[in-house]
Design a protein around this ligand. Structure first.
Ligand SMILES: Nc1ncnc2c1ncn2[C@@H]1O[C@H](COP(=O)(O)OP(=O)(O)OP(=O)(O)O)[C@@H](O)[C@H]1O
Ligand SMILES: [Mg+2]
Length: 457
């Protein structure tokens, strides 16, 4: 029973006992009222009757008798039952409070998570860890607790890890002295990044930091540069993993994927230099107007081709969303940030429903803190396709509600929002199956379905 599970959490028990203060007061007041107040009142109202017994009119000196009023006698007999009733009421009251305590605990847990996220964003990792611990102590959601615990471990790791210059990391030369932890700052100075990339303008800002358009002074070409929010640990395993992942991403070369050029270090901050895409991101395009079906299908096929290629190289995007899809001026689609979530070592879910980026495109398994696979990308892509065809995101609302709905709820059928061919609706809904076994298992299967029908559009 749920209420009994609550009693396994000391923090919740304490909260319950604190909230039960009125019950204790009730018991004490009942006790005092019944035991002393009422007794005193009855004694006052019905004072004992003293009778001098007489025999033939002669008063016997030691035969004084005290008669108690009926009321007092009855009261003496029944007062224990009054206590029983009061205790019963108190018991029921405590039980009701236990039930409502679970809601209060849930709210406290969510509030602590939010605080933790804020603390993490402002760089106060110890505070973030503390708040996460508070959140776990009040949470009853095992999956959430598990992902919070993982997050705590990750934050502890970041906290303990020290920064090292990437150049040293790459060449494997450690510093002999311990270094300060990196405090990441937006590189707003006019100096070229890494002495080589001259900033031209800000292209945008995401969860990780600013993205700049810059001129590469060596190769004399334009590049986009993004800050990476990571602490390079002295830990050899972390370095190795980072390098392995970066090498894999650098090998992704496809017309529909934004090319990673290099990872450079500037003032203790790592930067990711990549192909500059002159155009708009897909979310800007969707917001501007609803796209005609043939354009949607054209974009869809290009995205799927890029994804098919990357999946073939065993790389999963993990954070596919319209903000990460660029449409070049000549209508070539370029997927950005492929595999970046894994590179920077952060799952896209943070706690309390706040997420890196948007939860609108997050697969149920990622929303539950599980590992993503190819089929998670298929889910995210289907969410994008839903939005492209209907002009509106499948779910709306506060991030934490959207996350819950990603796990539990199917969106409205696309056809109830816009006119869309039956086959396309079926493709989208299949891609959005909560159970990943029921989705398309590969991008190529989905691509084939779309291409077959596209010819008839
Ligand atoms: N290679 C690029 N070429 C041109 N513009 C880009 C490039 N990469 C990013 N941008 C622009 O910079 C903006 C911010 O990108 P960024 O990836 O930091 O944020 P995001 O995609 O909104 O969220 P997230 O940080 O979760 O990926 C994008 O919306 C896009 O307009
Ligand atoms: Mg992005």
């Amino acid at each position: 029973m749920n209420s009994l599970r609550l009693l396994k959490k000391p923090a919740i028990i304490k909260l319950w006992l604190r909230r039960s203060l009125p019950v204790y007061l009730f018991v004490i007041i009942s006790f005092i009222t019944i035991k002393y107040g009422l007794t005193a009142y009855l004694k006052h109202k019905y004072p004992p009757i003293v009778k001098d017994d007489t025999v033939f009119g002669v008063r016997l000196p030691f035969a004084k008798r005290v008669y108690r009023e009926r009321w007092l006698t009855a009261y003496d007999k029944w007062s224990p039952y009054f206590f029983l009733v009061a205790t019963g009421i108190a018991g029921l009251w405590m039980f009701a409070l236990l039930k409502s305590t679970s809601d209060v605990a849930h709210d406290l847990s969510m509030a602590a998570l939010e605080k933790s996220d804020k603390a993490e964003t402002s760089g106060d990792l110890s505070q973030a860890i503390y708040n996460l611990k508070v959140a776990t102590s009040f949470s009853m959601d095992d999956t959430l607790i598990e992902s919070m615990n993982q997050k705590i471990e990750k934050l502890k790791f970041s906290l303990s890890s020290r920064s090292a210059l990437l150049s040293k990391t790459l060449t494997g030369q450690g510093r002999t002295e311990p270094e300060k932890t990196v405090v990441k700052q937006a590189t707003d100075s006019a100096d070229p990044i890494a002495g080589r990339y001259k900033k031209i303008k800000k292209l945008g800002q995401g969860a990780m930091g600013v993205v700049w358009l810059a001129e590469d002074a060596v190769l004399e070409r334009q590049v986009a540069i993004k800050e990476l929010p990571i602490h390079i640990a002295e830990d050899a395993e972390f370095k190795e993993r980072f390098l392995r992942e970066a090498k894999l991403l650098a090998r992704l070369t496809h017309p529909n994927i934004v090319q990673l050029y290099d990872i450079v270090e500037d003032k203790d901050v790592l930067h990711y230099t990549m192909e500059y895409v002159e155009g708009q991101s897909m979310d800007q395009i969707v917001k501007a107007s609803k796209l005609p079906l043939d354009t949607v299908l054209d974009y869809a096929v290009q995205i799927l081709k890029g994804m098919d290629y990357a999946h073939g190289m065993k790389i999963i995007h993990r954070d596919l969303k319209p903000m990460n899809i660029m449409i070049r001026k000549d209508n070539i689609v370029k997927i950005a940030d492929f595999g970046l979530a894994k590179l920077v070592g952060s799952s896209s879910v943070t706690m309390a429903g706040t997420v890196m980026g948007s939860p609108l495109y997050m697969s149920p398994e990622q929303a539950m803190g599980e590992e993503a696979d190819e089929r998670s990308d298929i889910y995210s892509f289907s969410m994008i396709l839903y939005e492209l065809t209907t002009g509106t995101p499948a779910f709306t609302g506060a991030p934490k509600d959207v996350i819950t709905r990603q796990i539990q709820a199917m969106p409205e059928r696309p056809s109830s929002r816009a006119s869309i061919p039956d086959w396309l609706e079926a493709v989208i809904l299949k891609g959005l199956s909560k159970n990943k076994e029921q989705r398309y298992q590969t991008i190529s299967a989905m691509l084939t379905d779309i291409k077959n029908h596209k010819q008839h559009v």
